[in-house]
Design a protein around this ligand. Structure first.
Ligand SMILES: [Zn+2]
Ligand SMILES: [Zn+2]
Length: 157
């Protein structure tokens, strides 16, 4: 069965059929440290919108090792698979590092967490530049406790 968006590795597969709820080029220090890239394409999907077929096959570690109690966990097999929000609001993927074919997910719509203090020139590719997430982004409500395992397989209507 073909899904609109599909990623993962040879063992753990992810897929989504709904459009991202946020899609940005991230300039934050955590992404820089974790990915080793100057900027990182980050796609937020609704928590119930990104399904994973083998949750138990992944290891989980804090995305930000300097804030181990933070909400985002990096889920990995031998390669990174996804970021999971412990509060059940979103799942996020870094398309080029998490098994998505080039162009499968739409391009980022803006720059997030740009910090002029880093000395990096302000991006001038015509897309909006924000010093956080775009102001109109609203975090979804957390998933209901106990529904996470259903969300692994059931597409949200
Ligand atoms: Zn694997
Ligand atoms: Zn970031």
């Amino acid at each position: 069965m073909a899904h609109k968006f599909s990623g993962g590795c040879d063992h753990v597969h992810t897929h989504a059929d709904n459009e991202p709820i946020d899609n940005h080029t991230c300039h934050c220090s955590v992404c820089k440290r974790v990915t080793g890239q100057d900027t990182t394409h980050v796609v937020f999907l609704g928590h119930g919108d990104l399904a994973v077929d083998d949750s138990d096959g992944m290891n989980r570690q804090p995305f930000n090792d300097q804030n181990p109690d933070g909400p985002l966990e990096l889920c990995t097999c031998s390669t990174p698979i996804m970021l999971d929000d412990k509060q059940g609001r979103i799942r996020a993927v870094l398309p080029n590092l998490m098994g998505f074919a080039a162009g499968n997910l739409p391009d980022a719509t803006y720059h997030a967490f740009y910090d002029p203090a880093t000395g990096v020139p302000r991006p001038d590719d015509g897309r909006p530049v924000d010093e956080g997430l775009r102001p109109e982004f609203v975090w979804p409500d957390p998933a209901q406790p106990g529904t996470c395992s259903l969300a692994e397989t059931a597409p949200r209507r």
